[in-house]
Design a protein around this ligand. Structure first.
Ligand code: IPE
Ligand code: IPE
Ligand code: MG
Length: 233
């Protein structure tokens, strides 16, 4: 089976999963964190090189403070509990997004885990946190303008390849497959630049229920796609 090198996932549906069970939304997020560990193991087993997970968007700050706090707490808990095992399994942790805008405890736990796992190379787990596709493009434009003003960059030389070097993770290839759980047919500001030619897969499965069978269905769908990149068939 043709395996995507880079899989990106919009992990949606934690709230609905909890509501269906009469549980608080935070219980859905906790179940969602377990699905992250499971998904990572499956991706690794299938030989996916990069798994990018949308964990918190620049718009998610609009949620009630208690829910935001629960999500940030879960992030710290996840990193503390899972990093030793991920490290043993050769997982390299990275992050994209405005990490400077995260609460202190989350930022510290995240950046420590990123630097501690920098030498690993089996699979890259790229967590999108305080991430927005428009923010990423705006941040790139701002740094390009600064370099141009400082005389380090010729404005006439800014093309797609130069622009892409100013994105959050210029060394990572674009995602081959983008999965969204819980049925919503939208990108919600995820990887706007990078997903120009990414294959999309939407499943009604809620993120906490996303298991091996669901992952395999997404991979099988990808394997059957005809990627053209604007070329003829
Ligand atoms: C996704 O689940 C998790 C995050 C956005 C952090 P939601 O919390 O969006 O779940 P639904 O969409 O309300 O079901
Ligand atoms: C996208 O889900 C963000 C993450 C999964 C982190 P949302 O639940 O925030 O997106 P919308 O509001 O349904 O578009
Ligand atoms: Mg949602």
């Amino acid at each position: 089976m043709k395996i995507p090198r880079h899989v990106a996932i919009i992990m949606d549906g934690n709230g609905r999963w909890a509501e269906q069970r009469g549980l608080p939304r935070s219980a859905g997020h906790r179940a969602g964190a377990d699905a992250v560990s499971r998904g990572l193991a499956i991706a690794q087993e299938f030989g996916v090189e990069i798994l990018t997970l949308y964990a918190f968007s620049t718009e998610n700050w609009k949620r009630p403070a208690a829910e935001v706090g629960a999500l940030m707490g879960l992030l710290v808990e996840f990193l503390t509990a899972k990093m030793p095992e991920m490290h043993r399994n050769g997982v390299r942790l990275r992050t994209v997004g405005r990490s400077s805008g995260l609460p202190e405890a989350a930022r510290t736990a995240l950046l420590n885990a990123v630097s501690a796992s920098a030498g690993n190379g089996t699979i890259t787990l790229n967590l999108a946190l305080n991430y927005g596709g428009r923010a990423e493009i705006a941040d790139a434009a701002s740094r390009i303008a600064a370099d141009a003003a400082a005389g380090k960059l010729d404005p006439g030389k800014v093309d797609e390849a130069v622009f892409a070097k100013y994105l959050y993770a210029p060394d990572l290839p674009d995602p081959d497959l983008l999965i969204r759980t819980s049925g919503e047919m939208r990108l919600s500001n995820f990887l706007l630049w990078e997903s120009a030619y990414t294959e999309l897969y939407v499943t009604d499965c809620l993120w906490p229920d996303f298991d091996r069978a669901e992952f395999e269905k997404a991979l099988a769908s990808y394997a059957g796609r005809d990627r053209r990149f604007g070329n003829h068939a």
